[in-house]
Ligand binder design. Structure first.
Ligand code: NAP
Length: 252
């Protein structure tokens, strides 16, 4: 399937989980993909997998919590692949635990990547996306933000993670309203529990608590969210999917 032939996508947090699956899916649909993250070895493996399957990828290693580095990452992607039609803001961090007595550094780290990193990349990408919507093969461009179920419902032990993801929802909707007439669609996907490395940054006791909270259900895979991204960005020009909440069937 080559519905995205001639387009260029940039995926943040492509070195693992949902981002890796999304980069593979967009490449499968014909997009050239700039893969962004800090772990360059993982990004290189992914770029090889994409080119082995006949696609095109550019490795852009960057820590996007730095505004200049994020802008530079977008510039490098456009320089390597020639344009930018689709931005998938996926990079994120989830550090859970009780709010009283929490390490403020953990809170800052989540805000820096889940909100600021997403905003820095978006800010840098908008001029390219507006141009792509005017002169691109699809006459439309996309920003897809990966929010969370925790951006719809707040849970104890997740105060700041929820705050960042509610923020992603608010930022996405406001931006969507601003970019309608330029044919840049802004979408937010809110996944439930997905089987990725996301939990692994927490202390073992917290990881056990998260697992117990979810129960022994069959979780989503990164591919399930990648499929959702693929659906959103292949809608006809006049159809904008603003928001999708995707849960595992067994998740209450
Ligand atoms: N898994 C779930 O259950 C779930 C549910 C709802 C929403 N989400 C959201 O889905 C998104 C992807 O998470 P995931 O589940 O796929 O987890 P993951 O496997 O841990 O992926 C997180 C990605 O973010 C990147 N990242 C983190 N900090 C970064 C930084 N400073 N600069 C650049 N990249 C950075 C990581 O790459 P490097 O370490 O290489 O930089 C990694 O590729 C996140 O926004 C998460 O909040 C996940």
């Amino acid at each position: 399937m080559t519905r995205l032939a001639g387009t260029v996508a940039l995926v943040t947090g492509a070195s693992s989980g949902i981002g890796r699956s999304t980069a593979l899916e967009l490449a499968r649909q014909g997009a050239a993909v700039a893969v962004v993250g800090r772990r360059e070895d993982r990004l290189s493996d992914l770029a090889s997998a994409i080119s082995d399957a006949g696609g095109q990828a550019a490795v852009v290693s960057a820590d996007i919590t730095d505004a200049d580095a994020a802008a530079d990452a977008v510039d490098r992607a456009v320089e390597s692949l020639g344009r930018l039609d689709i931005l998938v803001n996926n990079a994120g961090l989830m550090l859970l635990g009780p709010a009283p007595g929490a390490d403020l550094n953990d809170w800052r780290r989540m805000i820096d990547i889940n909100l600021m990193g997403l905003m820095y990349c978006t800010h840098a990408a908008i001029p390219h996306l507006v141009k792509a919507a005017a002169d691109g093969p699809r006459q439309v461009a996309d920003i897809v933000n990966i929010g969370s179920l925790a951006g719809r419902m707040a849970f104890g032990m997740s105060a700041v993670y929820c705050a960042t993801k509610f923020g992603v929802g608010a930022f996405s909707e406001a931006l969507r309203q601003e970019l309608t007439r330029q044919h840049v669609r802004v979408s937010v996907i809110e996944p439930g529990s997905v089987d990725t490395e996301l939990r692994s940054h927490n202390l073992p006791a917290v990881q056990e608590q998260i697992a117990a909270g979810i129960g022994g259900i069959e979780r989503l895979q990164g591919e399930d969210i990648a499929d959702t991204v693929g659906y959103i960005v292949t809608r006809p020009r006049h159809v904008a999917v603003a928001e999708l909440l995707v849960r595992p069937t067994e998740q209450a």
